[in-house]
Design a protein. Structure first.
Length: 163
């Protein structure tokens, strides 16, 4: 299975919007710059997200994009489906007519199970889940840095007392 650049960039743009959900509409140029996504490509990606009803646009000088609903109500599956359509590992998984062996193919069961697992995994994670994980990771990094800084100060004070 291959996740397209559209999906990867689309999810990054959606997460950027989720992180700024209570703020002003976010200009496309800001998202492109912050996420290192080529602006012309991002325009096409966001158009797909907008067509799927995942983002809304505000025109004008203070315009930009926002999530169309709370981040807790948008899943990774929503983004993938909006940009790449359904997840199909093999044509026969969802179309019995795709292969003359579909009804008797033993390997089709593997592709069906894998397809179902991928769809469940994508549907089981929301933008809010990912934002919360990111925030927790950032707090862990900040806490660890503060602990290291405090330890450095204690060592420096101890060494100064020895002089």
């Amino acid at each position: 299975m291959h996740i397209s650049s559209r999906c990867r960039y689309g999810l990054r743009a959606m997460l950027y919007l989720a992180l700024r959900d209570d703020e002003r509409p976010v200009p496309l140029s800001e998202i492109a710059g912050a996420e290192a996504i080529p602006a012309p490509f991002l325009e096409r990606v966001v158009a797909g997200l907008r067509s799927a009803g995942l983002v809304t646009a505000t025109r004008g000088a203070a315009g930009g994009y926002r999530l169309s609903r709370p981040a807790a109500q948008i899943t990774a599956a929503d983004v993938v489906t909006a940009l790449d359509g359904s997840v199909d590992l093999a044509a026969c998984v969802h179309d019995d007519e795709a292969c003359r062996r579909s009804s008797s193919c033993l390997s089709r069961r593997v592709w069906t199970r894998l397809d179902e697992a991928i769809v469940a995994a994508l549907a089981g994670v929301t933008l809010q889940d990912l934002v919360a994980e990111h925030t927790a990771a950032q707090e862990d990094v900040s806490s660890a840095a503060a602990q290291r800084s405090g330890e450095c100060v204690r060592v420096a004070v101890k060494e100064a007392r020895m002089l």
